[in-house]
Structure formats: structure tokens, C-alpha cells
Design a binder for this molecule. Sequence first.
Ligand code: AMP
Length: 637
Amino acid sequence: MAKIKIDINSGKVVKPNIVVGIDLGTTNSLVAWINPQTNKAEVIVDEWGALLPSVILLKPNSEPIVGVLAKETLLEAPERTIFSVKRLLGISQHEIASVQQFLGYHIVEDETDSMLRIQVDENFYNAVELSAMILRALKHKAEKVLGVQVFQAVISVPAYFNDSQRQATRDAGKLAGLNVLRIINEPTAASLSYGLGLNRTVSQTILVYDLGGGTFDISILQIEDGVFEVLATQGDTRLGGDDIDHSIMAFWQGKYPALVNCANPRDIQALRLLAETAKIFLSNNTDLIFTEWFEFSNNSAAQSEDIEPVKIEKVALSLDYGGLVTAAKALVLKTQACIVAALRDASLKPSDIQALVLVGGSTRYPEIPRVLSAQFPHLIINNFLNPDEVVALGAAIEADVLAGNREDILLLDITPLGLGIETAGGLMDLLIPRNTKLPCRVRREYSTSVDGQINLQIAVFQGERGMVKENRKLGEFILKGIPAMPAGFPKIEVIFALNADGLLTVYASELRSGVSQNIEIKPQYGLSDEELERMLLDGFEHAQSDLQARGLQETINEAQQLIYSVSRFIAKNTGMLSATQLADTMQRIDSLKRLLNIGSNKDALLQGITALNDFTRPFAENLMNIAVASALKGKEI
Ligand code: AMP
């Protein structure tokens, strides 16, 4: 196995000099590097500061705008201002309900497994493309400030991210022109920024407490031999400093009856910002009292931003530290309960924790370190670095280690090219991404797309391209004897196991019947360094066009599958549809088929899919209701 460093411009293998660490956050993102002069991790700061708001403004016919300027349009153009992309990464269409109510932009609805899509004007975007826009903005920021080109990065993700969310993050990095050396867990990065885990002879258990504006994460990590293992994660994706702000607002609304008339959205927003200012002021000055005049229109009918507020009212707001503690009490208690749950999940006692690391802006609230000291009296709390920066700093340290710039730390073997199988339409489905540590084992489930399919070909490929025809075929076998079942019913498990010597074993089995088959392959056999390098470079050069080709092929697959299942539905349930409904459905199927035949673009196909889907969904729901009603008939409820 090799550790490869390439210059994307020259195509030469080189020792890289610039490697960055990226904290790709829900609200803000940061990029950090190791300053060769000081040999210390530093966050890269431009004229906008260290933080890049993770907000994207998508205007017709122009390049996306990322950062502060995009954030400023959130109120004016919510339908084209995309925020919280990280919450969408790796989420499929049918998980949409968990996020849609919080977002101002339009998420396309269809109940399939395909990647969630956002529609702005006539265009559709997925979370990988949107994350790539943020990553590209960070890459440019680093290049502008450092005056050199940046091609390599380590990107952090939450410890609870699953395989598809991690893969989506890698894809986004590649699309942004970055060689993603590794995806690192945020708590691992935060620990590294405090030097934890850098000394390979020390084994320890660490608790990372991450409280931001809207999310809370607890991770318990075990470091052994410089390798971090996640023992437990707990948290709440809707808990954070924002809750304290809301609770201060509620306190003021109770204390000052005049605020009942404060109903204009802009006034409410201003009051929320004042609550946050009070919280931060009191966090930094616990013995002072926060006081501020608050002016607002008392015309509660003036809900719209366009209507000029008529009469101004004034209230002198005040809050002391005791008031802040009361407002924040529920939040603090919830985070403590999460710690207890995480310790229980990891079967540990508080005294087993040997280090505590604080991450996130809200850990500046003094009650947090205070209650943690009470919960872990034997520990000194690591909170002397900027809690907004520790993840990016740690990612930069990891990047430096992987680039081979730190002689004190040993690198683990990695696989230099991705490994995967061919799926419908010649797509490369990556099971083991490049740069994965060895040994590793990945499991994924597939199914059939046609009724009664009894054989399934498993073709194994190596490479960085989106379509298998551009990659290197390593071998194939046929899983035979699957019992005939309707399409989508068989559960076919594929396992890729890569051992420490780089030997790959691919297992396939149909779980309902137990039919199984496997092969052994040496992925690096017969592959020269030059070929390997060329395959890597190809992946980078074609990242953009590959993603487009892949997106188009996935949409074609989706369209074909939809035509297949709607046609099957009609054949089985003709009686349920009126003549007009039937004719209308057939006409939509025909126009989708026509779009497929003329090789239309992705957006046109997606519109055809949506048209057929929206029209036929009520039929399926109706069928379900009939089935339920007949099942309940004659039964007592
Ligand atoms: P993050 O998501 O990590 O950027 O954290 C943002 C949250 O930290 C927001 O709710 C801020 O109001 C909060 N925050 C920032 N500074 C302070 C401070 N000094 N005291 C309390 N909360 C703070």
C-alpha cells in the first residue's frame, strides 16, 4: 500500500507543502493550516474574519456567493439562500420530514432512496454540490491569504456521521478540487488541537463536549497507539446557545408587558439579537447587569416587512447573571443528562475519563465549565483555546501528520485508490474510498430492479471515476440461485474486506435465502506507480464532469424505475383509476419515456419524474387506505 502525494497541476508525485484542515460546519466553516515558520496550527483569517458563514446565495446565471454576503440575503431571498447544508448531507428523500420545516428553500419531494435535491428556479442541486461550493470558497480563502495553491485537505465531520454522509463529504471535497487526505471526526480533531493523541505511548479516554448555537454533541473517545476509537456518541441536533436566547426573550416578555405588542418579524429578530448580546455580555462580565433600551413598533398588524411600523414604543430591558443562569438552566441540565447517557453507553464511570475537551461557542458560558468541573472533579478542563477554532486546528494537525511532515508520528497504511462495484447504468458504487486505513471492512445492501431476477453479477472495480468503464476491473462473479421474488425484495449483502496486506475479499449473499459467493483479489497486483498516479489524476481532472455524468445516470435510473413501478401498478390496479386518470398517467409515462429517448438533460428528466410522481402518488395512498379499511372491516376498534 502506498502513501501518495501528487501535484494536480504537474501530475508529479511531490512532498506537499500546504495541507489545510477544514471544519465544514452547519452554521460557519473554517480553514486552518500549519504555519511552517512557527510549526503551529493557525486558523486562516481574511478581511471577513476567520469564520465563513456556511450560507450560499444562488442567483440566476451567476456564480454562487458564499459567506457573509449570502447570509445577509437570508431575510430578503430565503428561497434562494441555502443554509444548514450539513443537515442535508447524506439524507435521502424519504428522510426529508426531519429537516424541511426549518428551511426557507424548496426541497423536492419524492419518496425514493435517491439523494435529496433542492430546487432554485429551474435548477436542481444536491447537498454534495452545495457543500462543494462552501469548500471551494474555503480553498479560495486559503489560497488568497497564503498566496499559494491549495490541493490537499483533511475535512472534519461529526462522529455520528454514517458512511454515506462521510462519502458525500469526500465527494464534495473532490468536486471542490481538493485531495481529501482523510475525513476526521470533529471530537478527534478537537482533541488533537490540545495535543491529545499525539504521543503514541499514552493511552487515554477523553470526553469531548461540543455545544454550538443549535447543536449539542458528546463523544467519548479512546486513544490507543495514536488511534482514536469512538466509544459512544450522544447529543441533540436541536439544542444549543439559541435556546438560551429564546429563553431570555421569554423571560423579558413575561417581565415587560409592553412587549406583548412586539410582533413585527424584524422587531422579534432584533429582540433575539439583544437577548444574545445580553448572554454574551453576562458570560464575560458575571458581576455586572446588562441594560439596554429596546425600541419597537407597537402595531402588531404590521407583520409584513413592507409595511412601515407606525408607533414606536420603548422598554428598558435588563438582565443580571442570575437571570441568565435561570434562563439557561434547562439547557445545562439536558447536556448533563446526555453526558450520563454517553457514559452509560460506553460502560464507564466519570472517574474513567482522563481528559475533557470543550468545543463550540456556547462553552464560553461560565456555567458550562463550572458544572463539568463538579461532574468530573478529578479533571482539568481543556478550554483555553478558542472553542470555535479547535476543530479546524486539529484537522490541520492531522493533515500535517498525513502529509508526512511530522516525523514523530507514524502513518498507517492506506488504500491509494477507491474500490467498489458496478451498479445499474454502469455506475461505480464506491465501498472503500481511497485513503482508508487498513485493515477495513465495509458492508452494503442491494436489491434487484426486475421482478423474478435469480442471478446477480457482482463486478469489482478500482479507481476514482464515477462510471465503471473509466475504472480498472479487478474481477467479477455471479451470485446464482436467488429465489424468484418481486423487484426490490431480495436483500443482497455485499461485504468488502481489505486485510492489512491489501488483499481484498468480496462476499455477496442473499440474506432471505442464504445463497452466497465470494472472491479474493489483490487490488494493487500489476499496477505500476505511474498507472496509479494517472488514475488518481484522472479522478481529479474529471471530478466535475464525472459528477454530472453520474447525476444524469442516476436520474435515468430513477426515471426507468419509476416507469417500471407505475406501469406495474396500473397493470395490477386498473379498476382503481378512472378512464381520464389512466389516460393522464399514460401520457405522463409517455412523455417521460420520450425524454429518456432523446437523451434529455438531468433537470428536464427531474421535471418529468416530478410530474409523474406527483400525479400518481395519491393513487398509491388511496390503495393503501383501501387495504387498511378492508383489513379493519368487521374488526372492533
Ligand atoms: P458555534 O455554533 O460553535 O459557532 O456557537 C455559536 C453559539 O455560541 C451562539 O449561540 C453564540 O451566542 C454562543 N456564544 C458565543 N460567544 C459566547 C459567549 N461568550 N458566551 C455564551 N455564548 C456564546
